[in-house]
Design a protein around this ligand. Structure first.
Ligand code: DX5
Ligand code: ZN
Length: 230
């Protein structure tokens, strides 16, 4: 199994965002996780397509846009034009989940659904063909730095079984991503439950001294070492 690490720039230094994106990828991260919050679907307000467009030239790594907004469809083409590669959204934030998935793909991006801790996985059952990513929230969305909710492990196992059955039937891969409270000391257990793509915000951007341009090397190496033992 190959693993991807996607640092969430929610915990980066916003005054130096371009530099932070370049540094974290140079330190060995795979994707840039881009948290979009609207103070409506979630009780916080973050960054939009203009910021995505601004950081796009800072890296060639995939930008993984996690939409925590309602409504969803209006903003999807803007993020595609701003250089997003993957766009995920919460099914309970869209009136027409199948249509929104199709819209994301029509805009040239990979599409995914995000499941809050209490959101049932059966939202994915009739749209598997339109999914490239399934993202399981292991915190309630809205803030970085929260603790991992243990029931997310059972949910990962359930999602892994659905995805594996689908892949066995069709040959098509779907990534299984986890978001919230991922740290060096729990990433192996999370991987064993079935995740292959790991968002980590505070664990990565909280590491090291602000003055050290290489400060993300060691935490990313520690995350990889923990995964290598899985
Ligand atoms: C929460 C966001 C997460 C968050 C993760 O709503 O979707 O991506 O930044 O932060 P940590 O890793 O600190 O829990
Ligand atoms: Zn996120």
């Amino acid at each position: 199994m190959s693993f991807r690490i996607a640092p969430s720039i929610l915990s980066a230094n916003f005054a130096k965002l371009g530099e932070e994106v370049a540094n974290v990828i140079a330190s060995g991260a795979d994707w840039v996780h881009f948290d979009v919050m609207d103070n409506h679907y979630v009780p916080n307000l973050t960054i939009g397509p203009l910021v995505c467009e601004a950081v796009r030239p800072c890296t060639t790594a995939p930008i993984d846009v996690h939409l925590m907004v309602k409504p969803v469809d209006r903003i999807v083409p803007d993020f595609a034009k701003a250089g997003a590669n993957i766009i995920t959204f919460h099914p309970d934030a869209s009136d027409h989940v199948d249509r929104t998935l199709g819209l994301i793909r029509d805009c040239g991006c990979q599409a995914g659904l995000v499941f809050n801790p209490a959101t049932p996985l059966n939202w994915m059952d009739y749209v598997m063909d339109k999914l490239d990513v399934v993202l399981i929230m292991s915190v309630n969305p809205g803030f970085g730095g929260q603790s991992f909710i243990p029931s997310a492990l059972d949910k990962l196992r359930e999602a892994r079984a659905k995805i594996d059955a689908y892949t066995a039937r069709t040959g098509r891969q779907i990534l299984l991503e986890i978001d919230g409270g991922v740290k060096v000391d729990n990433i192996a257990e999370i991987a064993r439950a079935g995740a292959d793509t790991f968002v980590a915000g505070s664990a990565v951007f909280g590491a090291g001294k602000d003055s050290d341009p290489q400060r993300y090397n060691s935490v990313l190496a520690d995350l990889r070492t923990a995964l290598a033992g899985v």
